[in-house]
Design a protein. Structure first.
Length: 272
């Protein structure tokens, strides 16, 4: 895949110009290979970057539940092909969640963090069901299992927040690196919570999944609140200035300068 519209061989020169022109709207700049140390520092001191990275880490602790779904179902008394068949609805729920989240996100300019929250609600309910439902409530516990993989739909929207809300190539790369490191940490921690001697309830793992979901929901709301109030704060600052906004509008093609979302505070607005 090409790194940018400018290097896409399947586009004509005119189509490349059109694609690049569309980048003006999100104000995240053109990709550059120049390393900017100050953008690394900015990423490490930006609340949104840490919230996104923490979401990745906490989410991956929860993610390991998908790998252990057959074990949960098998410990309900099912064996062989029946266990395999009973895991199929999980994929169906995940596909529906992806479609719903994608359609809602493409319909509304803002509201992705709220959509992430809503999409995660069934998974939170699933983890609660698995924690409180008795082992004898087989089909209720199966329903709880089927709800566990709505989170990937929310994760897809989280990745889109990096694309649209983190400006500056170096800052964006640093945020992605922070997220990847915590992504790996979460995947290392997750399997350690599933202990064979706790079968069939797996109290530690299931409680950890519930706590992880609560933290994810908090981060969804925290991200949305941060973006909303930061936009309001910037609007007030611009309104209080005399001629500040008009002065920056006189700079030609300043949308492509590769400035970070903090440097471009006069015009850059987060899409929450």
């Amino acid at each position: 895949m090409p790194e940018s519209a400018a290097s896409a061989r399947f586009l004509s020169e005119r189509e490349k110009l059109i694609a690049i022109e569309r980048l003006r709207d999100n104000r995240t700049g053109l990709k550059t290979t120049q390393f900017k140390k100050y953008q690394v520092i900015e990423a490490l001191t930006d609340p949104q970057c840490w919230m996104i990275a923490l979401w990745n880490g906490v989410g991956m602790i929860l993610n390991i539940g998908g790998s252990f779904l057959p074990i949960i179902i098998e410990d309900m008394g099912f064996t062989g092909i029946t266990t395999t068949l009973l895991t199929l609805p999980v994929g169906g729920v995940e596909c529906v969640a992806m479609l719903v989240a994608g359609l809602l996100a493409s319909t509304f300019r803002n509201g992705r963090t709220l959509i992430m929250f809503l999409v995660c609600c069934p998974t939170l309910a699933g983890t609660v069901i698995l924690n409180v439902a008795p082992q004898s409530s087989t089909w209720l516990r199966c329903a709880g299992v089927w709800l566990l993989l709505c989170v990937p739909a929310s994760y897809a929207l989280l990745l889109s927040l990096i694309s649209s809300n983190v400006a500056g190539t170096t800052k964006k790369a640093t945020t992605t690196l922070m997220s990847f490191v915590l992504f790996c940490v979460g995947n290392v921690v997750g399997p350690q919570l599933w202990r064979a001697h706790e079968a069939p309830r797996y109290q530690t793992a299931l409680r950890s999944m519930t706590v992880s979901m609560c933290l994810i929901q908090f981060l969804n709301l925290a991200l949305g609140a941060y973006y909303y109030f930061e936009n309001k704060r910037r609007d007030k600052m611009v309104a209080a200035m005399q001629g500040g906004q008009s002065a920056i509008e006189e700079i030609h093609n300043e949308e492509y300068f590769g400035r970070t979302d903090r440097e471009d505070w006069m015009k850059f607005r987060y899409r929450w």
